[in-house]
Design a protein around this ligand. Structure first.
Ligand SMILES: NC(=O)c1ccc[n+]([C@@H]2O[C@H](COP(=O)([O-])OP(=O)(O)OC[C@H]3O[C@@H](n4cnc5c(N)ncnc54)[C@H](OP(=O)(O)O)[C@@H]3O)[C@@H](O)[C@H]2O)c1
Length: 333
């Protein structure tokens, strides 16, 4: 085959926001696939806030990326060579291919995707891991009931925008919290009942005004002060879903925990963490249901596509500045 692969490896553990020098851009000779292996030409790479956590040398739900290893990332690509009986050249597959042009690997954990079902970037967005996080986090942990007030932070993002739309499908009143007028406008276009711009005005007062009966489900993507503000507005028996805490991921000091947690006691409320990987056995059913909502016009997906593998280090920062509008994806051209 005699092909070159280009890839980003982790060169140093970031302190605070990742710097370009925390990554190394490398060229290597692509090795031939061994018995049972296949080669995937990576087409779209998912950039996720979780990547920041994987760069830290701390115990988490998966091991940290080692220095010198390819940056871990979910991606979609097509099979260009295969010694695996389950995958043929031309198949489209998603898996943890990393930030690189080609992946040579065993077939374990790979999922075949049908490009006729939706454009490939959508399979990394509403019909991929972020959509599945929204689906299982909201429905299994948040347990919304028609008429409930559901509040979601990071609402205009890949996970948050799907949470709000699924809550609407289930007959809830939905309030989204996002940064900036454009993102808030987008939320109302998606059918959210209210959108709060946390970067302008008094978001705590707005939360009070938009949730007169309190918050039944708070789906939290950002943590920090916004989580604390939501805690002060809980309804009796509220459920808080701890999906993420992006406001804390680049801290160089201790994570800011919620000081208003006694509201859980007063309101007989619960706060529960969730990790999407726990629901892997049910992904296919969930994608089928969400694809149905999409076909019926009830679920929309938005992607922010950055062209060029070499853009990876700067593109990743868009997640932390809020510059991404929708699911952030790198297109490998
Ligand atoms: N538990 C799981 O299994 C799981 C799986 C996937 C994702 N997640 C989590 O879900 C969350 C959302 O991920 P995503 O992929 O959908 O990303 P995303 O929302 O598409 O992008 C990140 C967004 O976070 C917001 N943000 C960044 N810094 C912030 C800050 N300091 N305060 C408040 N908001 C800030 C920005 O939006 P604004 O412009 O609105 O500020 C930014 O656009 C993350 O916390 C991620 O770790 C968890």
């Amino acid at each position: 085959m005699a092909r070159k692969n280009h890839r980003f490896t982790l060169a140093a553990r970031p302190v605070g926001l990742p710097k370009p020098t925390d990554f190394a851009y490398e060229e290597e000779e692509l090795r031939e696939p061994g018995p049972g292996e296949l080669v995937v030409k990576v087409q779209y790479i998912s950039l996720d806030p979780a990547m920041r956590g994987w760069m830290n040398d701390v115990k988490s739900y998966i091991p940290p990326i080692k220095i010198g290893e390819v940056m871990r990332a979910g991606a979609i690509g097509s099979v260009v060579a295969s010694n695996h009986p389950g995958f043929a050249v031309g198949d489209h597959v998603s898996g943890a291919f990393g930030v690189q042009e080609f992946a040579v690997l065993q077939g374990d954990g790979l999922i075949k995707v049908d490009p006729k079902q939706a454009p490939l970037p959508v399979m990394l967005s509403a019909l991929g891991m972020p959509g599945l996080t929204a689906y299982f986090g909201l429905l299994e942990v948040g347990k919304p009931v028609a008429g409930n007030t559901v509040v979601v932070s990071g609402a205009a993002g890949a996970v948050g925008s799907v949470v709000g739309q699924i809550a609407k499908i289930h007959g809830c009143r939905v309030v989204g919290i996002a940064g900036g007028a454009d993102k808030c406008r987008y939320l109302t276009e998606l059918g959210f009942d209210a959108a709060i711009d946390y970067k302008a005005g008094d978001y705590k007062a707005e939360l009070r005004a938009h949730c007169p009966k309190g918050i039944d489900v708070f789906f939290d993507n950002v943590g920090g002060d916004i989580l604390d503000a939501a805690l002060t507005q809980l309804a009796r028996h509220a459920r808080i879903v701890i999906c993420g805490a992006i406001s804390q991921y680049n801290n160089t000091t201790a994570v800011k925990g919620p000081s208003n947690y006694l509201s859980l006691l007063v309101n007989r409320a619960s706060m529960t963490g969730m990790v999407v990987f726990d629901y892997a056995a049910r992904y296919a059913d969930a994608v089928r249901e969400m694809a149905g909502w999409m076909a019926a016009g009830k679920l929309k997906s938005r992607e922010d596509i950055v062209r060029g593998l070499e853009q990876f280090p700067s593109a990743l920062l868009k997640l932390f500045s809020g510059e991404n509008h929708g699911k952030l994806v790198v297109e490998v051209v």
